[in-house]
Ligand binder design. Structure first.
Ligand SMILES: [Zn+2]
Length: 106
């Protein structure tokens, strides 16, 4: 299936910051950044609502992949393609400002 590799987001070269650059509340981990950060949760909520996908936003899942499996089970087949777009778009929405924070020291 196309694009699922990107969901795994194993970034061996990632430099972790002591605190999340988006919310400044929690240690920065991939799990925090993509699933727990208030900024990410808002993005998940808004994109899912915008596309009218009834899947729940990430909550207690240990990884994005776990959320994906859970969300797919809770989403009608006709919306699976849209759900996959969400699963790629939201990490990008979160990752991009995070990286501009790092690169621009903003
Ligand atoms: Zn955060």
């Amino acid at each position: 299936s196309v694009g699922l590799g990107a969901l795994q987001l194993a970034h061996p070269g990632l430099q972790h910051h002591p605190r999340c650059l988006l919310c400044d509340q929690e240690p920065e981990t991939i799990r925090h950044l993509l699933l727990e950060c208030p900024f990410a949760r808002k993005a998940w909520h808004e994109v899912l609502a915008w596309l009218r996908i009834p899947a729940p936003i990430p909550n207690c899942e240990p990884s994005l992949m776990d959320w994906w499996k859970h969300a797919k089970e809770n989403t009608p087949l006709i919306l699976h393609k849209a759900l996959k777009s969400v699963a790629l778009l939201v990490p990008w929405m979160v990752w991009k400002p995070r990286n501009s924070c790092v690169l621009d020291n903003a």
